[in-house]
Write a protein that binds this ligand. Sequence first.
Ligand SMILES: [Zn+2]
Length: 392
Amino acid sequence: MLEFSYLRIVQKVTEKYTYQRGLRFFLDGRVESGTKMILQNWQIFNVIGRKKVYTVKMPLLHLLLPVRDFQAGEKALEESVLCNCEYFEINGVCKHIVAVCAHLDKKFGIKKAKKIGDKSLINTFFEVEQKKKYKKWIEDFQYYIEAQGLQDESNVLSQTMESIVSEAFQNTTKYKEILNKLGQIAQDSLVDYQKEKRIANLISNKKFLLLANNSWWKFWKPIFGQMEEKNKLQILQKLWTIYINSPNQLSDLREDLIDINKKLNEKQKNEIIEYVAENSYLNKDENTLLQLALDISCKTYLEKKIELLDPIFLIKLVQIAPDYTEAIEIKLLNQVKLWSDFLQLGRYDEIVDVMKKWKSTLGWSEIFQEAEQYIRLSHKNKRKLIKLISKL
Ligand SMILES: [Zn+2]
């Protein structure tokens, strides 16, 4: 492993303040990856400053210096490196150069620098920064759960939540430890009614759910299982609504939701459908709600719909709900009977159309034949209708 560290060198030739600022610049991602210069082993870097973009011309000293001259690195750096900022012109090595040095240490994987122990400066710095960040995550997370009357979307805390979601939830393996801690905090908060309410809001937060996709629900699932029924139902209502508006993004969620919903009673299931109907802005058509009713096997909703649906929709319903074929066909039969009884002579298009769709979609079933026969026997005078139906 290379024992050369740009940061170690640059630290020796800069003021503490300049050095710290330079590291900050690097950590903020202000160094753009270098491009080659005509001179071999030189690179040019753009560093995004507060007012403008500065250019650092940097010799790749770990390649240019013979190993025996590594200890002369500071001198070599001071002699050769260039930045076009004002500070550099007057004082020499500036924060932009420090930032580039950090970038190079990271890029060339310089892990060992004998004089400072096992870790390079940049790694140590990273660890300290990371610990600080985790500490803030934990504090803010705890506060987020405790804070009452807090608006979910519009406060500083949700920024921390956002950074947790966009970092830790994108790589749950890497952030396992910290996520476990957050999970534990949530778990411990369940004893408190108000806190549990906050957690329920958090779980069903649309922004976080969509940002973290499937890992969000996976994280909350065990905690959800321990919550009060009322909160659970509220979460399910919101999750279904979000799912129905973005089904592709939340593919894993669906099966879990279906599973959980099976344990609910009819009243709760109906409440979910009602909530979705009122709150989802996309795909709010009858088909979607019927599909939802089927997914959560909400019998009362389906049966109620069978009463209200017109025949064409009933036929469509059989396609998504084959279990209901018989009930639907009986309903169709009754509708056709009633319909044909009040039908004006000659106005047969609609009823013929429905019977045609019925037969072609559901086949020549016994119930269909019964409808056919009813018309033939009870409406002998409607000869044209009988003829049309027999030709289907
Ligand atoms: Zn500079």
